[in-house]
Ligand binder design. Structure first.
Ligand code: B12
Length: 434
């Protein structure tokens, strides 16, 4: 039996002016190039969960076109994010028209199961753990069910967990490889559309398992740079320190996403630097505390926002750069947000910055609220769930003001002159440690 696991790859933007701007802005393009080549850890995990006597082929498809030759498989599994879901459905429909059964899984499918079921012989909700091995057995005995529910808890426990099949990447070029150390995030931001949505609570992988995965990934790459596919790596500081100590002997370089509380722990910061961490991405969301009211149920981010500048400085002094992420279009923001954000970025010493539009991904509490308020611009806009396209009427500005402001901010922040200025500022910060 041969299973084909197919991932959509590449990055997406719909609004034409932004897309044009995006391809000409040097810093935007640099980060885009780095991340666009990441493999699908979701499908490598599905491959790891597949019984040993089944052949697995892993494919990445940047663009689905009707002319493409279809590769023959006994069963096809396709992964899903909202932005490419229509391409995934089109591919699934073509395979099914050929008589080859298709299974759809992943984030979008878990959140919109009834829609996905129209394009699949079977769908898997939540993690593949706890569902995929049974599905394959059922398929082999001709009793595959239309729907399986994978695990939302205990995903990393022995018996449920499998090491992702990094060996399937042998011979291909990747700038970075991904490894996941946790699923979920206790902050529970209203707009979050990441792994939090397929877990019942925060799940942490034991350090020994993360190390096994890294060692397995190290077999297929000569110059390893790891990107941790976590929502928030350092929720548990005790686990964090154990993990960082274990990383030191590997001599790797790596990147992750976490929250601003790492700045409160000096020992953790020292270990981050020592373990080869090059950058941490932090969802700061806005420069002003007023904008942050209500974005997470406990106003966790709002409470810390007065200390953002000193926290960024403290992290960067350790030689770990901060990629500061900001969201525009939040309920409390007016058009004033654009110059204010520019000013904050200038003063912050941030080396890298990511600016995105608040996006009501289907299946999020934000989607439910904006839908109730009647401010969504279209009933179905999944291909515009890119984090750069505007899909709703903001509270305190017009759609045009939001789009214009975003374009202005992009051109002010992502240009060679600004990046050189930020790099120089960062070098000054690091010198203070020497
Ligand atoms: C790596 C990554 C990428 C890689 C993806 C490589 C790939 N082909 O998968 C790249 C850089 C290409 C990428 C692109 C984009 N990304 Co991205 N990305 C991530 C990131 C950092 C990690 C994802 C990951 O590896 N998770 C770990 C794996 C193990 O989890 P998983 O995929 O959910 O898989 C599990 C289950 O879902 C299930 N499963 C998944 N697939 C399948 C398939 C089958 C058959 C079965 C049975 C089960 C199953 O089983 C798996 C194991 O349990 C997340 C953020 C984060 N911190 O998680 C954002 C994230 C997934 N990306 C996001 C977005 C918005 C994008 C872009 C639209 C950005 C853009 N403007 O272009 C594009 C999407 C284009 C596309 N190709 O679809 C959003 C998606 C939200 C959503 N609900 O759709 C996220 C959550 C970030 C965010 N800010 O919200 N991304």
């Amino acid at each position: 039996m041969n299973v084909g696991l197919i991932a959509m790859s590449g990055v997406r933007v719909r609004t034409p002016l932004l897309a044009e701007l995006g391809v000409t802005l040097p810093q935007f393009v640099n980060r885009g190039k780095v991340v666009a080549s990441l493999p699908s850890l979701g499908l490598l995990t599905v491959a790891g969960l597949t019984p040993d006597d089944v052949d697995v082929t892993y494919r990445e498809i940047p663009e689905v076109t009707a002319e493409d030759e279809l590769e023959e498989f006994d069963l096809v599994g396709i992964s899903s994010y909202s932005a490419q879901i229509d391409e995934a459905y089109a591919l699934a429909d073509r395979y099914r028209a050929r008589g080859i059964p298709v299974v759809l899984g992943g984030l979008h499918v878990s959140l919109m199961p009834d829609e996905a079921a129209q394009h699949a012989d079977s769908i898997v909700l939540y993690g593949a753990e706890g569902a995929w091995p049974q599905l394959v057995e059922d398929f082999r005995s001709n009793r595959m069910q239309p729907r399986y529910e994978g695990l939302r808890a205990g995903v990393f426990d022995d018996g449920n967990y499998a090491v992702p099949r990094f060996d399937l990447l042998r011979g291909r070029e990747y700038n970075r490889l991904t490894v996941q150390t946790s699923r979920g995030c206790p902050l529970n931001c209203e707009f979050c559309a990441a792994s939090l949505r397929i877990t019942s609570s925060f799940q942490q992988k034991p350090v020994s398992k993360v190390l096994d995965e890294m060692n397995s990934a190290l077999q297929v790459t000569e110059s390893p740079f790891f990107e941790l596919a976590d929502d928030n790596t350092f929720v548990n500081k005790k686990w964090g320190k154990e993990f960082l100590r274990a990383l030191i002997p590997l001599g790797i370089k790596w990147f992750t996403e976490t929250d601003i509380s790492v700045a409160e722990d000096d020992e953790l910061l020292e270990l981050l630097a020592e373990s080869g961490c090059r950058q941490i991405l932090i969802g700061l969301e806005s420069a002003s505390g007023e904008d942050l009211s209500g974005i997470d149920p406990n106003n966790w981010k709002q409470q810390r926002s007065d200390h953002y500048l000193e926290a960024i400085d403290k992290i960067q002094v350790h030689g770990v750069t901060v990629n500061g992420c900001f969201v525009v279009g939040l309920d409390n923001q007016t058009p004033e947000v654009f110059p204010r954000l520019k000013d904050f970025i200038d003063r912050s010493g941030l080396l890298e910055v990511q600016i995105t539009v608040m996006t009501p991904f289907p299946g999020t509490p934000l989607y439910d609220r904006l839908s109730r308020e009647g401010v969504l611009l279209q009933p179905r806009y999944w291909d515009r769930c890119t984090l750069f396209d505007v899909n709703f009427e903001p509270k305190h500005m017009t759609v045009e003001e939001l789009e214009d402001g975003l374009r202005w901010l992009f051109s002010e922040v992502y240009n060679e002159r600004e990046f050189t200025r930020r790099r120089r500022a960062y070098m000054e910060i690091v010198k203070r440690r020497l």
